[in-house]
Write a protein that binds this ligand. Structure first.
Ligand code: ADP
Length: 267
Protein backbone atom coordinates (compact mmCIF):
# COMPACT_ATOMS: atom_id res chain seq x y z
CA UNK A 1 0.00 0.00 0.00
CA UNK A 2 1.31 3.45 -0.96
CA UNK A 3 1.48 6.06 1.73
CA UNK A 4 -0.24 9.45 1.21
CA UNK A 5 2.88 11.38 0.39
CA UNK A 6 3.97 9.51 -2.81
CA UNK A 7 0.31 9.60 -3.92
CA UNK A 8 0.31 13.37 -3.55
CA UNK A 9 3.51 13.52 -5.55
CA UNK A 10 2.01 11.46 -8.38
CA UNK A 11 -1.11 13.58 -8.28
CA UNK A 12 0.97 16.76 -8.50
CA UNK A 13 2.97 15.39 -11.44
CA UNK A 14 -0.22 14.45 -13.25
CA UNK A 15 -1.67 17.90 -12.63
CA UNK A 16 1.42 19.69 -13.87
CA UNK A 17 1.46 17.48 -16.96
CA UNK A 18 -2.24 18.13 -17.62
CA UNK A 19 -1.73 21.87 -17.19
CA UNK A 20 1.15 21.97 -19.64
CA UNK A 21 -0.85 19.89 -22.16
CA UNK A 22 -3.81 22.26 -21.73
CA UNK A 23 -1.56 25.19 -22.48
CA UNK A 24 -0.25 23.41 -25.60
CA UNK A 25 -3.80 22.71 -26.77
CA UNK A 26 -4.79 26.34 -26.14
CA UNK A 27 -1.79 27.55 -28.14
CA UNK A 28 -2.66 25.16 -31.00
CA UNK A 29 -6.29 26.31 -30.98
CA UNK A 30 -5.17 29.95 -31.02
CA UNK A 31 -2.83 29.21 -33.90
CA UNK A 32 -5.59 27.43 -35.83
CA UNK A 33 -7.99 30.35 -35.22
CA UNK A 34 -5.32 32.80 -36.33
CA UNK A 35 -4.76 30.82 -39.54
CA UNK A 36 -8.48 30.59 -40.27
CA UNK A 37 -8.84 34.32 -39.80
CA UNK A 38 -5.79 34.99 -41.96
CA UNK A 39 -7.12 32.81 -44.78
CA UNK A 40 -10.54 34.49 -44.56
CA UNK A 41 -8.87 37.92 -44.74
CA UNK A 42 -6.70 36.91 -47.70
CA UNK A 43 -9.61 35.40 -49.62
CA UNK A 44 -11.62 38.55 -49.11
CA UNK A 45 -8.75 40.81 -50.20
CA UNK A 46 -8.01 38.68 -53.27
CA UNK A 47 -11.64 38.64 -54.33
CA UNK A 48 -11.90 42.42 -54.62
CA UNK A 49 -9.46 42.94 -57.55
CA UNK A 50 -10.46 39.61 -59.15
CA UNK A 51 -14.17 40.55 -59.19
CA UNK A 52 -13.37 44.00 -60.54
CA UNK A 53 -11.23 42.64 -63.41
CA UNK A 54 -13.81 39.94 -64.15
CA UNK A 55 -16.57 42.56 -64.26
CA UNK A 56 -14.79 44.69 -66.88
CA UNK A 57 -13.82 41.69 -69.01
CA UNK A 58 -17.33 40.20 -68.97
CA UNK A 59 -18.87 43.56 -69.89
CA UNK A 60 -16.45 43.77 -72.82
CA UNK A 61 -17.32 40.21 -73.89
CA UNK A 62 -21.02 41.03 -73.64
CA UNK A 63 -20.67 43.62 -76.40
CA UNK A 64 -18.93 46.69 -74.95
CA UNK A 65 -15.84 45.64 -76.94
CA UNK A 66 -17.51 47.09 -80.07
CA UNK A 67 -17.34 50.61 -78.66
CA UNK A 68 -13.78 51.86 -79.11
CA UNK A 69 -13.74 54.40 -76.26
CA UNK A 70 -15.36 52.02 -73.76
CA UNK A 71 -13.00 49.24 -74.86
CA UNK A 72 -9.89 51.19 -73.94
CA UNK A 73 -11.31 52.49 -70.67
CA UNK A 74 -12.41 49.05 -69.49
CA UNK A 75 -9.19 47.35 -70.55
CA UNK A 76 -7.21 49.95 -68.58
CA UNK A 77 -9.39 49.40 -65.51
CA UNK A 78 -9.04 45.61 -65.77
CA UNK A 79 -5.25 46.04 -66.05
CA UNK A 80 -5.25 48.29 -62.96
CA UNK A 81 -7.14 45.66 -60.96
CA UNK A 82 -4.70 42.96 -62.08
CA UNK A 83 -1.76 45.16 -61.06
CA UNK A 84 -3.36 45.59 -57.63
CA UNK A 85 -3.75 41.81 -57.42
CA UNK A 86 -0.09 41.34 -58.32
CA UNK A 87 1.03 43.84 -55.66
CA UNK A 88 -1.17 42.16 -53.07
CA UNK A 89 0.25 38.70 -53.80
CA UNK A 90 3.81 40.05 -53.69
CA UNK A 91 3.23 41.82 -50.37
CA UNK A 92 1.59 38.70 -48.96
CA UNK A 93 4.57 36.58 -49.96
CA UNK A 94 6.99 39.06 -48.40
CA UNK A 95 5.00 39.19 -45.16
CA UNK A 96 4.68 35.42 -45.03
CA UNK A 97 8.41 34.93 -45.60
CA UNK A 98 9.16 37.47 -42.90
CA UNK A 99 6.79 35.91 -40.39
CA UNK A 100 8.20 32.44 -40.99
CA UNK A 101 11.78 33.71 -40.76
CA UNK A 102 12.68 32.64 -44.33
CA UNK A 103 13.82 36.11 -45.34
CA UNK A 104 17.40 36.74 -44.37
CA UNK A 105 18.75 40.14 -43.45
CA UNK A 106 21.95 41.28 -45.18
CA UNK A 107 23.61 43.91 -43.11
CA UNK A 108 25.99 46.41 -44.66
CA UNK A 109 27.27 49.89 -43.96
CA UNK A 110 25.66 52.70 -45.93
CA UNK A 111 24.61 56.32 -45.64
CA UNK A 112 20.91 56.70 -44.86
CA UNK A 113 20.83 60.10 -46.57
CA UNK A 114 21.63 58.46 -49.94
CA UNK A 115 18.92 55.82 -49.57
CA UNK A 116 16.34 58.50 -48.70
CA UNK A 117 17.45 60.59 -51.71
CA UNK A 118 16.84 57.56 -53.95
CA UNK A 119 13.39 56.95 -52.46
CA UNK A 120 12.41 60.61 -52.90
CA UNK A 121 13.63 60.56 -56.50
CA UNK A 122 11.41 57.53 -57.16
CA UNK A 123 8.32 59.07 -55.54
CA UNK A 124 8.75 62.69 -56.62
CA UNK A 125 6.54 62.36 -59.70
CA UNK A 126 3.69 60.95 -57.58
CA UNK A 127 3.93 63.95 -55.27
CA UNK A 128 4.15 66.41 -58.17
CA UNK A 129 1.00 64.98 -59.73
CA UNK A 130 -0.84 65.98 -56.57
CA UNK A 131 0.87 69.32 -56.28
CA UNK A 132 3.06 68.28 -53.38
CA UNK A 133 6.68 68.79 -52.59
CA UNK A 134 8.81 66.34 -50.60
CA UNK A 135 11.24 68.34 -48.47
CA UNK A 136 14.28 66.55 -47.11
CA UNK A 137 16.07 68.03 -44.07
CA UNK A 138 19.52 66.90 -42.96
CA UNK A 139 22.87 68.40 -42.03
CA UNK A 140 25.11 68.56 -45.13
CA UNK A 141 28.22 68.50 -42.94
CA UNK A 142 27.26 65.15 -41.42
CA UNK A 143 27.23 61.54 -42.56
CA UNK A 144 24.41 59.24 -41.57
CA UNK A 145 26.20 55.93 -41.74
CA UNK A 146 24.42 52.93 -40.30
CA UNK A 147 24.76 49.14 -40.32
CA UNK A 148 21.50 47.73 -41.66
CA UNK A 149 19.85 45.85 -44.53
CA UNK A 150 19.92 48.55 -47.22
CA UNK A 151 17.20 47.16 -49.51
CA UNK A 152 14.84 46.59 -46.63
CA UNK A 153 15.41 50.03 -45.16
CA UNK A 154 14.78 51.42 -48.66
CA UNK A 155 11.44 49.63 -48.53
CA UNK A 156 10.62 51.04 -45.08
CA UNK A 157 11.31 54.62 -46.28
CA UNK A 158 9.42 53.97 -49.54
CA UNK A 159 6.33 52.77 -47.63
CA UNK A 160 6.34 55.65 -45.16
CA UNK A 161 6.94 58.40 -47.74
CA UNK A 162 4.45 56.88 -50.15
CA UNK A 163 1.80 56.80 -47.36
CA UNK A 164 2.57 60.43 -46.49
CA UNK A 165 1.73 61.28 -50.13
CA UNK A 166 -1.25 58.89 -50.46
CA UNK A 167 -3.04 60.05 -47.31
CA UNK A 168 -2.29 63.73 -47.76
CA UNK A 169 -4.45 66.42 -49.33
CA UNK A 170 -3.59 67.76 -52.77
CA UNK A 171 -1.07 70.56 -52.33
CA UNK A 172 -0.03 69.12 -48.95
CA UNK A 173 3.45 68.91 -47.49
CA UNK A 174 5.70 65.93 -46.91
CA UNK A 175 8.84 66.34 -44.85
CA UNK A 176 11.62 63.85 -44.18
CA UNK A 177 14.00 64.65 -41.33
CA UNK A 178 17.28 62.89 -40.63
CA UNK A 179 18.71 63.53 -37.18
CA UNK A 180 21.96 62.13 -35.94
CA UNK A 181 22.59 61.53 -32.27
CA UNK A 182 25.57 60.07 -30.44
CA UNK A 183 24.62 56.43 -30.97
CA UNK A 184 21.62 56.46 -33.23
CA UNK A 185 20.05 58.16 -36.24
CA UNK A 186 16.36 59.09 -36.34
CA UNK A 187 14.34 59.08 -39.54
CA UNK A 188 11.11 61.07 -39.39
CA UNK A 189 8.42 61.20 -42.08
CA UNK A 190 5.89 63.96 -41.55
CA UNK A 191 2.76 64.93 -43.45
CA UNK A 192 0.06 67.53 -42.93
CA UNK A 193 -2.75 65.31 -44.19
CA UNK A 194 -5.92 64.21 -42.48
CA UNK A 195 -4.25 62.33 -39.62
CA UNK A 196 -5.30 59.05 -38.00
CA UNK A 197 -8.04 58.74 -35.33
CA UNK A 198 -6.57 57.76 -31.91
CA UNK A 199 -8.61 54.51 -31.78
CA UNK A 200 -7.05 53.36 -35.09
CA UNK A 201 -3.49 54.36 -34.28
CA UNK A 202 -2.50 51.10 -32.56
CA UNK A 203 -4.10 48.93 -35.20
CA UNK A 204 -2.62 50.38 -38.41
CA UNK A 205 0.38 48.03 -38.14
CA UNK A 206 -1.89 44.95 -38.30
CA UNK A 207 -2.17 43.22 -41.66
CA UNK A 208 -5.09 44.48 -43.78
CA UNK A 209 -6.08 47.12 -41.21
CA UNK A 210 -7.03 50.37 -42.90
CA UNK A 211 -8.71 53.45 -41.55
CA UNK A 212 -10.65 53.91 -44.78
CA UNK A 213 -10.73 50.79 -46.93
CA UNK A 214 -12.04 52.44 -50.07
CA UNK A 215 -9.51 55.29 -50.00
CA UNK A 216 -6.64 52.86 -49.48
CA UNK A 217 -7.75 50.58 -52.34
CA UNK A 218 -8.39 53.48 -54.67
CA UNK A 219 -4.81 54.62 -54.01
CA UNK A 220 -3.44 51.16 -54.75
CA UNK A 221 -2.93 50.21 -51.08
CA UNK A 222 -2.86 46.59 -49.92
CA UNK A 223 -3.13 47.24 -46.17
CA UNK A 224 0.12 45.31 -45.69
CA UNK A 225 2.69 48.12 -46.01
CA UNK A 226 2.95 49.04 -42.35
CA UNK A 227 2.89 45.38 -41.23
CA UNK A 228 5.94 44.85 -43.48
CA UNK A 229 7.61 48.02 -42.10
CA UNK A 230 7.10 46.75 -38.55
CA UNK A 231 8.65 43.36 -39.36
CA UNK A 232 11.65 44.87 -41.12
CA UNK A 233 12.38 47.16 -38.18
CA UNK A 234 11.96 44.28 -35.72
CA UNK A 235 14.64 42.49 -37.73
CA UNK A 236 16.88 45.49 -36.92
CA UNK A 237 15.90 45.42 -33.23
CA UNK A 238 14.19 48.72 -33.87
CA UNK A 239 10.56 49.77 -33.95
CA UNK A 240 8.26 52.18 -35.70
CA UNK A 241 6.62 55.01 -33.76
CA UNK A 242 3.72 57.17 -34.81
CA UNK A 243 2.02 60.26 -33.54
CA UNK A 244 -0.94 61.80 -35.29
CA UNK A 245 -3.43 64.61 -34.87
CA UNK A 246 -6.76 64.45 -36.67
CA UNK A 247 -7.00 67.13 -39.32
CA UNK A 248 -3.35 68.12 -38.87
CA UNK A 249 -1.22 65.18 -39.98
CA UNK A 250 1.02 62.35 -38.86
CA UNK A 251 4.66 61.69 -37.99
CA UNK A 252 6.14 58.22 -38.43
CA UNK A 253 9.67 57.68 -37.09
CA UNK A 254 12.27 54.99 -36.45
CA UNK A 255 15.85 54.73 -35.29
CA UNK A 256 18.91 52.92 -36.57
CA UNK A 257 22.32 52.67 -34.91
CA UNK A 258 25.19 54.95 -35.93
CA UNK A 259 27.98 52.99 -37.62
CA UNK A 260 31.29 54.48 -36.60
CA UNK A 261 33.72 51.96 -38.13
CA UNK A 262 34.81 51.44 -41.76
CA UNK A 263 32.77 49.87 -44.58
CA UNK A 264 31.55 46.42 -43.66
CA UNK A 265 29.49 43.85 -45.47
CA UNK A 266 27.98 40.74 -44.05
CA UNK A 267 24.80 39.07 -42.87
P1 ADP B 1 -2.18 50.74 -47.26
O1 ADP B 1 -1.69 49.82 -48.31
O2 ADP B 1 -3.66 50.70 -47.04
O3 ADP B 1 -1.63 52.13 -47.40
P2 ADP B 1 -0.55 50.50 -44.84
O4 ADP B 1 -0.29 49.26 -44.03
O5 ADP B 1 0.63 51.19 -45.44
O6 ADP B 1 -1.62 50.08 -45.91
O7 ADP B 1 -1.32 51.53 -43.91
C1 ADP B 1 -2.45 51.09 -43.15
C2 ADP B 1 -3.44 52.20 -42.97
O8 ADP B 1 -2.91 53.23 -42.12
C3 ADP B 1 -3.80 52.93 -44.26
O9 ADP B 1 -4.83 52.27 -44.96
C4 ADP B 1 -4.25 54.29 -43.74
O10 ADP B 1 -5.61 54.23 -43.33
C5 ADP B 1 -3.39 54.51 -42.50
N1 ADP B 1 -2.22 55.39 -42.77
C6 ADP B 1 -0.95 55.00 -43.03
N2 ADP B 1 -0.13 56.07 -43.18
C7 ADP B 1 -0.90 57.17 -43.02
C8 ADP B 1 -0.66 58.58 -43.07
N3 ADP B 1 0.56 59.08 -43.31
N4 ADP B 1 -1.72 59.41 -42.85
C9 ADP B 1 -2.95 58.92 -42.59
N5 ADP B 1 -3.26 57.60 -42.55
C10 ADP B 1 -2.24 56.73 -42.75
Amino acid sequence: RLSISPLRKINKTINTYAQSKNKEIEALQKNAAFRREFIADISHELKTPIFAAQGYIHTLLDGAVEDKSVRLKFLKRAAKSLNALDKLVQDLLTLNQMESGVIKFHFETFDLKEVIHEVIEELEHKAERRDMLIRFYYDKEKTYRTLADKDKIFRVCQNLISNAIKYNNDGGEVEVHLKSHKNHITVEVKDNGKGIPPEDLKRIFERFYRVEKSRSREKGGTGLGLAIVKHILEGHKSKISVSSTLGKGSIFSFELPVEKGGTRKGS
